[in-house]
Write a protein that binds this ligand. Structure first.
Ligand SMILES: [Zn+2]
Ligand SMILES: [Zn+2]
Length: 289
């Protein structure tokens, strides 16, 4: 069992710093839940080094209201140092802790080459690829009134279409290794009556790119109340030969490695007995355990 999606910091403004003690505490809690290896995967968007490359990306959106809301959200959580973060996780690895160095990378339309160049300068083990935004619309930020109102202006099928377009482009960019929370577009609980065509496209995108798909309990804590991916999408990934990682997407210690039994049950429904781990961006198969 793995927990390959862990954040050190919650989504709130203020100074953020990685410490060896925090990484060690995450490893200890995960081990207690039967997890053999964790990946620390903070959001790329929180680091000053990302700001230097991507500052202002939200201005590409034709909606001034969405661009302004995204710019404000970006600035609010900015300021961490990527070099310090990398050094702390590498120090934990060097001490023999069961941790690998990762990052959660958003899809930035038209800018993935620059993102790839920035990341190439660091010794990452695994990169998660995520679609949290459609243009500058943070569709999964349903507690922000500007973003939440957008759900009522767009049809559900149009949202799923735009999300899946972005996911396909992210996969085709080959910048990342794992599709994080692959059907995040269901986060608020709104989904098409028959989502099959979108599931087919998501599974095809993963299979074509060679990316793994993440099985995450984070959706159980969201309005949708369902793990990612939905059972029908999980089955499509398995049928297409897409490997899996497992994740809690915890942002604090007491959620690390939570609900591993539910992850195990989900994987059992598709006969999955192994997971994909990573070292230096190279996949390796490990027993589910
Ligand atoms: Zn995410
Ligand atoms: Zn995350």
């Amino acid at each position: 069992m793995l927990d390959y999606h862990l954040h050190l910091w919650e989504h709130r403004p203020g100074p953020v710093e990685a410490t060896l003690e925090q990484v060690a505490a995450y490893c200890e809690r995960a081990a207690g839940a039967g997890v053999q290896e964790v990946a620390i995967t903070e959001h790329l968007s929180r680091f000053r080094q990302a700001d230097r490359v991507l500052q202002g990306w939200w201005e590409d959106d034709p909606s001034p209201a969405l661009a302004q809301a995204m710019g404000a959200a970006w600035e609010e959580e900015q300021g961490a140092d990527l070099d310090g973060y990398v050094d702390v996780v590498l120090a934990a690895k060097a001490e023999g802790l069961p941790v690998v160095l990762g990052l959660e990378v958003d899809y930035y339309a038209g800018r993935m080459a620059e993102v790839g160049q920035l990341l190439d300068g660091y010794p990452f083990d695994v990169l998660l690829g995520s679609v949290h935004w459609i243009g500058s619309w943070g569709f999964d930020n349903w507690f922000d009134t500007t973003f939440a109102g957008e759900w009522d202006r767009r049809g559900v099928e149009a949202v799923w279409d735009a999300y899946t377009d972005a996911l396909e482009e992210l996969a085709a960019s080959r910048v990342c290794d794992v599709l994080a929370h692959p059907d995040l577009c269901k986060v608020t609980g709104r989904r098409p009556d028959v989502p099959d065509e979108w599931y087919d496209r998501m599974a095809e995108a993963a299979a074509r790119s060679g990316m793994a798909a993440e099985v995450s309990t984070a959706g159980l804590n969201k309005p949708v109340g369902e793990a990612y991916p939905a059972p029908a999408l999980l089955a499509r990934f398995a049928a297409a030969g897409v490997p899996f990682t497992t994740a809690s997407d915890a942002h604090r210690l007491d959620r690390v490695a939570e609900r591993r039994d539910e992850v195990r049950s989900l994987l059992a429904t598709v006969g999955c007995t192994s997971l994909q781990a990573y070292r230096g961006r190279r996949p390796r198969t490990v027993a589910l355990g």
